[in-house]
Design a binder for this molecule. Sequence first.
Ligand SMILES: Cc1ncc(COP(=O)(O)O)c(C=O)c1O
Length: 410
Amino acid sequence: MQLPVYMDHAATTPCDPRVVEAMLPYFTQTFGNPGSRNHSFGWEAEAGVDAARQQVADLIGADRKEIIFTSGATESNNLAIKGAASMYAKGPAGTEKRGHIITAMHEHKAVLDPCKRLQKEGFDVTYLAPGKDGLITAKMIEEAMREDTILVTIMWANNELGTINEIPEIGKLCHDRGVVFHTDATQWVGKMPTDVTRDNVDLLSMSGHKIYGPKGVGALYVRRRKPRIRLTAIQEGGGQERGFRSGTLNVPGIVGLGKACELCAAEMDDERERLLALRKKIESAITSQLDTVQVNGHADKRLPNMTNISFGFVEGESMMMAIKEIAVSSGSACTSASLEPSYVLKALGIGDDLAHSSLRISMGRYTTEDQIDYAIEKIVAAVKKLRDLSPLYDMHNEGIDITKIEWQAH
Ligand SMILES: Cc1ncc(COP(=O)(O)O)c(C=O)c1O
């Protein structure tokens, strides 16, 4: 087996070779600018972009006119949230009380930071706390809704836990109340069946590099009918993408994103089954071979490909050092180089100790059963070894409740 083993597909995925193959001609042969209307170089590039737009739309049940290409989910989120807030604002810019926005505490920074910016511009933002299971429900949204609510932005699946929120129900509620509904579906799309019409979504963000496509390309779905959603552009210039997003299109990237979507649509059902079996295997092996471990997030309402496990009496960074042959993500240092425990896990009420000692293991298209067996063996051995060195674990085994100890500094 080739080492290290990659188990961090929630961070990024390798490009599928079939995606690379589809992209290659668009670098050197079909290199025209799709905005060039008066020669065949431009027309051919435009045809590539149009085909990709259809492939993306087909994966999520949209019309191709509803797809706006962007540089990734971060840009899609910024355009959706800032663009909708500005378009549907109650009061003029620079005034207070411009409208109310609902989001959640454990969203990705690419949602939280645009919301924080809007707060500075006079919008009022509610950051909902998820349940202990990590979920945001339609009931929570309903209770937070106000007369002046203009936008709800709730991710479809969480990037650290894989937990799945009640998106169709939240969307229905928003439609009933005439509120715009955006979902960051970066971790969801391509893995789970999606139909923006059935699921009542108005705006949906997605990214190429999480679905075996290239980095630096993504899309925003913008509903055109029932209701027609309008957005203020964030980036202005040549008026590409119907004025929503100016800038010469990244044609090879867009073609790659389209191909990645086509492959996901064709292979999703088999992949989902296979990955779920692998996830169950790793979870049951770890929880049966080790005590004082917990799988974070709802037991069932989770993506098939990832698991987040906290190990009591183990220090996160020592753990990462001990399993260097497996590329996973830790519950600390998740969003930055800091050793702060993950704000996502803390939002679920998980204490600092367990948040610090958690691992996110995310599998993908090329993960094999052998790799899973290897990861189980390495993780179990590392935890046992680290606990052998832990006086706190000894005390715990002697029946002492270490949370009740009053430590004395000298
Ligand atoms: C839920 C979620 N939203 C947004 C992003 C940002 O995506 P991109 O890297 O395409 O900007 C990520 C990737 O880390 C993510 O997991």
